[in-house]
Design a protein around this ligand. Structure first.
Ligand code: HEM
Length: 376
């Protein structure tokens, strides 16, 4: 058998081409042994049914304290003991955090912000509406972080938060994290009613200031790194296909279809076996790292009918899924109704996408657009 491709390789390719590794890994079986970026080996789940099993099995836990001893800590979050958070905790502690977030991030809770979110999309697009503009830079990265910071009452932190999100994957992660902590402190203490203070009021008594700030950090960071990927693809397809989107149902369906074509989170976060576990006929030792290939499974032409895995599944299902879809709908709404003449400035087929390596999603390298080609 030929060696498997590296799922974490940096590749650049055409806008409609999937990462080359997904199909080959899927063909290799439902559970594939791969080289882990942090050293040693890991397991990748490539099949829908097995993914759902893994994402609901308590023997596969998030706590980075369970990572193999040899793993470099670079790229991992603090352990659950060092930092309680939705992304490090499981069980009752995790359930408590989810309960606090649930109504605020529900379809209903988020729906209240729709008009405000469309107003921000309109404002940012109008700012760059003259001449040709690269919407990958001037909108796809700006809009999500501006919108999320606005919900948190700290819109003035938008640009700094955007830069901090990018810096989290570099040697400057320390200062970038400091920016998030400052943003969170301001949101929680100085800005009156907003999503951060609403969350503070719902979290269990005794939640530390540090844990509160980390919750705010997660909302900004997890939101931005996924949304800036998905927005570029959505806008590109929208301007190329010019679909008829007369109402909310049509907008939502178009957004969903686009998320499935370009899953913004190609892989889950790492999980680790708490004990020896039998999976798909293989024995995984305790502390084995496991990842689910969400993009590979979603793009599988033989995937069974039913819900996709774009936002994950099980207790860690994306807490921001409704917010993400609301923001994407807002953009589709504003582009089709306020900028009906908007055009791609290059043929769709010439658009390119690139990933940064690791578990991050792909981004368009550029998205040249004329929002008002006729000057109106
Ligand atoms: C299209 C955009 C998005 C996609 C595709 C996406 C995808 C995902 C996925 C797949 C997970 C589960 C990871 C795992 O099980 O290991 C997740 C978790 C999470 N997402 Fe999103 N996400 C998106 C947008 C957002 C936004 C806007 C927010 C802001 C609130 C957000 C916040 C989170 C948080 C806090 C978690 C951790 C939840 C937990 O562990 O209980 N995401 N996301």
């Amino acid at each position: 058998m030929s060696p498997l491709p590296d799922p974490f390789a940096v590749t650049e390719r055409g806008v409609t081409e999937a990462r080359p590794a997904h199909a080959a890994l899927r063909a290799a079986g439902p559970l594939v042994r791969i080289d882990a970026p942090a050293g040693g080996s890991a397991w990748l789940v490539t099949e829908d049914a097995l993914a759902r099993q893994v994402l609901t099995d308590p023997r596969l836990a998030k706590d980075p304290a369970l990572a193999p001893e040899a793993w470099s800590r670079i790229g991992l979050e603090p352990t659950a003991a060092e930092q309680t958070s939705m992304t490090t905790a499981d069980g009752p502690v995790h359930a408590g955090l989810r309960r606090a977030h649930a109504p605020l991030f529900s379809a209903r809770g988020m729906g209240e912000h729709y008009d405000r979110m469309t107003a921000i999309a309109r404002e940012l697009l109008t700012e760059v509406a003259d001449g040709e503009v690269d919407l990958a830079v001037d909108f796809a990265t700006r809009f999500p972080v501006t919108a999320i910071c606005d919900l948190l009452g700290v819109r003035d932190y938008g640009e700094r938060a955007s830069a901090a999100c990018r810096a989290m994957f570099t040697a400057d992660a320390g200062p970038a994290f400091g920016t998030f902590m400052e943003l969170a402190t301001v949101a929680l203490t100085e800005r009156g009613d907003n999503l951060a203070t609403a969350l503070r009021d719902r979290l269990p008594d005794g939640t530390s200031e540090n844990d509160l700030r980390y919750c705010v950090f997660l909302i900004v960071f997890a939101g931005q790194i996924t949304m800036d990927s998905s927005l570029g693809f959505l806008v590109a397809h929208l301007l190329h296909e010019r679909p008829d989107l007369p109402d909310r149902r049509a907008l939502d369906a178009y957004v969903q279809q686009n998320l499935r074509l370009h899953p913004p989170a190609p892989y889950t976060l790492w999980r680790f076996t708490t004990e020896e576990v039998e999976l798909a006929g293989q024995t995984l030792a305790a502390h084995s790292p496991v990842l689910v290939d969400l993009a590979g499974i979603t793009l599988d032409p033989d995937r069974p009918e039913g819900p996709d895995l774009v936002f994950g599944a099980g207790p860690h299902f994306c807490v921001g899924a409704q917010l993400a879809q609301l923001l994407l709908r807002a953009v589709a709404d504003v582009l089709t109704h306020d900028f009906p003449a908007a055009r791609l400035a290059v043929p769709f087929e010439q658009l390119r996408q690139r990933d940064f390596g690791g578990t991050q999603g792909s981004h368009l390298t550029a998205l040249p657009v004329r929002l008002r080609p006729d000057g109106v």
